[in-house]
Design a protein around this ligand. Sequence first.
Ligand code: FMN
Length: 208
Amino acid sequence: MQISGEKLGPVESHHLLRNLVMPRPIALVSTVNQEGRVNVAPFSFYGVVSVLPPLLGIAVGRRQGKEKDTLLNIRQTGELVINLVTESMAQKINIAAMDFPPEESEVEPAGFSVRSAVSVRPPLIADSPAQMECIVKEILKFGQDQGAHDYVIAEAVVFHINDNLWKNGLPDCLGMNVLGRLGDDYYHGIREPFEMKRLKYTEWRGNK
Ligand SMILES: Cc1cc2nc3c(=O)[nH]c(=O)nc-3n(C[C@H](O)[C@H](O)[C@H](O)COP(=O)(O)O)c2cc1C
């Protein structure tokens, strides 16, 4: 199969990328509007943009051509919290991903617990093992109409990691039990992680 990118429609392109760029981490994003109403939604078109400054990027699509509440809130306040998602939070994020009207918060229906952030208005999702308080740096717009995406680049200004998941001076990457996203309607947990140390070219060459 060979597919030409320029011939794709918005849905085809979305499904193709969803089923090829994987596994993906999931950012559970909390934002507030100007009145302080909390919005929570999951995003898996998400990744690290830069290490110092620590920048994270999230691609937010449109709903029936309209900007999603997360993006509208981010435009209004310039703030967001990225909460990690564990396997045990799967049902909750699926509820939060529904098309709630803007005046209804997802927090209670999804059953999330929240607590205050230290530097931004959106709350931390207490169910998550770690949270990153972020300030928006840039919003880049790509595409038109149904296919349009806004790429939100935000700087993580405060990191929170549950004390019991802080191990040898780092977040305990296995202990966090994160949930990932595959294609179609598939997700994955961390079942059989394996360790593989990085190689040094000179040593690898020397051993040959
Ligand atoms: C696991 C998962 C990942 C998702 N990833 C994205 C994404 O990367 N970009 C996006 O626009 N929507 C994504 N969605 C859909 C949004 O979560 C959904 O449109 C949500 O209703 C947006 O909420 P809002 O209008 O409150 O911002 C994802 C949904 C799920 C369940």
